[in-house]
Design a protein around this ligand. Sequence first.
Ligand code: GRG
Length: 301
Amino acid sequence: MKTTSTFGEYIASQAERVEAALIEALPASWDVPGSLRESMNYSLMAGGKRLRPIMVLEAAEALGGSQAAALPVALAIEMVHTYSLVHDDLPAMDNDDYRRGKLTNHKVYGEAMAILAGDALLTQAFYSVTQAHRGFGIPAERVLAITEELSFYAGARGMVGGQAADMLGEQGITKLEELEFIHLHKTSDLIVFSLRAGGHIAGATEAQLNALTEFGYALGLAFQIQDDILDIIGDEQKLGKPVKSDEKQQKVTYPYFIGLEASEQKVKELTKQAKTALIQANLPNPDRLLQLADYLMQRDH
Ligand code: GRG
């Protein structure tokens, strides 16, 4: 267990590094309506786990790249993730009152400002990506690939498409494949983006990018199934949101289809599959990504 807690401390220090940079990303000196900046900051600094930005940093390091140069892209994915949460919580979508242990954005700033804060975070993300070139000299060609992939994995062909499929499916989902389509896009695509973007920063080859993609899809699905499991057996305090919400909303989840125990087994299998894909790619420093996979499987929030 010692290694787990040491790695947990490492992850916490990486999260702090991301948070310090996020504070600087939306400076008080901006000539922006105060409530818009506050609303953006409120959700951005509400204390998420920062897993996606950490994945960008660790993927860059796995390939011998610079974490500092990867930081602007790490911030970008946290901005996109945060916008998606703000919009997902709106009355027109999931209509949630709590997120990350705090009132949701629209409960504090009103629906219109929450929509605008989400829009502004999404737009700012693309600005942040460009800073990998402007601030750290990452070749423009690599930054172009990251920009292209951010719009792909976060947009209609990615996360937004997954969210739309989820809304359209609601309780009508009858097949595990339909549920997997939703998870692959709604959850895994941002994870895959994060890993590939870290790879691009470090100048990954096509084969290395493919390995990161395979790792990301398996890890993303494991992450989502674990999320569904925690909604059943997790601790409200640790999760920062009410549990049993899937059951209350009659949501079709992995545990609903195959049961709790089989879902726990599936998380283990997917984690092993993810790690195998990475090990076979012979990356220069894969250890932290491999540890991250185990860490996520054991997470309780
Ligand atoms: C509104 C376009 C749009 C998309 C919404 C993010 C999302 C898509 C929906 C939120 C609900 C959900 C269960 C999404 C799946 C991804 C997921 C598990 C998000 C939570 O990620 P964590 O646990 O959150 O990393 P923190 O708060 O730690 O950052």
